[in-house]
Design a binder for this molecule. Structure first.
Ligand code: ATP
Ligand code: MG
Length: 333
């Protein structure tokens, strides 16, 4: 019997099990997401980390039901507060989107309408899901802007998106995601394009908000350093699979998967200043031509013939879950 952390007694806000999202293209089947398990509880931030093309965004889009042909969910389950969303009607998904489950995109213009004033869009976003007076909606919009650290929210409400800086635009998009007090936010690299100071501010505000409101969050990024200061738990994705997941400190301090270790070794720190950072050798594989067995095998210095079989998610040190035949035990110096 394994000891379960206390929090897991409550129904998770999101529980993804064995999710498979595949694209049926002329070139073959692209298994963008291939057996992904994720769990996020209320007030918790999960960092979903991986290189470009590993399937992070497709995982997020699958959760909110935004996968278009030639893609579809080919297997697995996505439970939102216990409710199965795989196979749910478009009507149901539409009701959840923007109300209970919100997504923040890398490009704020995916959320913002360039020809509408900020106040108009924010009031519309509220009215799409709730009948409240225009006055109450405006007050809520103002509060949401203040919550993401926008100075003089009253004035910003009266601007058009193009009158705002990139950082401000992204804050407005985040504020819109917060408007209907969602229970789950999926943030897909929303700060990558912003400068580091603004990025840090937004991360701080978002973290505070989750703690205060109990909102669960999935923060998608290719940058392990970004989530290590933000997330409670981290899931590392490689070629459509989660290769390692666990509490942030345990993943960073004692990575069990060679890929996670490689990511950590390539983060610049004060100790490595002036020296060459170690990079993971080789390239991310094409999902159309995945190596047999563990997809990381050709780049891994620990690989053996055993790795020709796909490793399944197994319990690892510190309560983590790891897909690797040769789990590491050393702690990062
Ligand atoms: N419409 C599509 N048809 C075929 N393949 C697709 C389609 N959309 C996505 N894919 C493939 O799915 C894989 C995962 O894509 P995804 O966008 O989730 O990656 P990501 O981890 O978010 O990468 P990035 O960090 O670059 O955003 C990619 O290899 C991509 O080529
Ligand atoms: Mg992406």
């Amino acid at each position: 019997m394994t000891m379960e952390p206390k929090m897991s007694n409550a129904t998770p806000v999101l529980e993804v099990q064995g999710l498979q999202t595949h694209f049926f293209t002329h070139g073959g089947v692209v298994k963008a997401v291939d057996g992904v398990d994720l769990k996020v509880h209320a007030g918790e931030i999960l960092g979903l980390v991986g290189e470009s093309g590993s399937g992070k965004s497709i995982t997020g889009f699958s959760v909110i039901g935004l996968i278009d042909a030639p893609g579809r969910i080919a297997g697995g389950s996505i439970r939102y507060l216990g409710e199965e969303l795989v196979g749910a009607t478009e009507q149901r998904l539409q009701k959840l989107r923007g109300k209970e489950i919100a997504m923040i995109f890398q490009d704020p213009m995916m959320t913002l309408n360039p020809v509408l004033r900020v106040d108009t869009q924010m009031v519309e976003a509220i009215h799409a899901h709730e009948k409240v007076s225009a006055k109450a909606a405006l007050a809520r919009a103002r509060d949401a802007l203040a919550m993401v650290g926008i100075p003089s929210p009253e004035e910003r409400l009266q601007t058009y998106p193009h009158q705002l800086s990139g950082g401000m635009r992204q804050r407005v998009a985040i504020a819109i995601a917060l408007l209907n007090r969602p229970k789950l936010i999926i943030a897909d690299e929303p700060t990558t394009a912003l400068d580091v100071t603004i990025q840090a501010q937004i991360l701080y505000e978002v973290q505070k908000l989750c703690r205060e409101t109990g909102t669960a969050m999935i923060w998608i990024t290719h940058d392990l350093a970004v989530v290590s200061g933000l997330a409670d738990r981290i899931a590392v994705m490689y070629a459509g699979r989660i290769v390692e997941s666990g509490a942030t400190a345990d993943v960073i301090r004692a990575p069990s998967h060679p890929y996670t270790r490689g990511l950590i070794d390539s983060i610049p720190t004060r100790a490595t200043h002036g020296t060459l950072l170690r990079q993971i050798p080789g390239m991310t594989p094409s999902l159309l031509h995945l190596p047999q067995g563990c997809a990381f095998r050709p780049r891994c210095s620990h690989a053996t013939d055993t790795c020709l079989a796909v490793p399944q998610p197994e319990p690892a040190a510190f309560g983590k879950t790891v897909r690797c035949w040769h789990q590491l035990t050393a702690v990062v110096a």
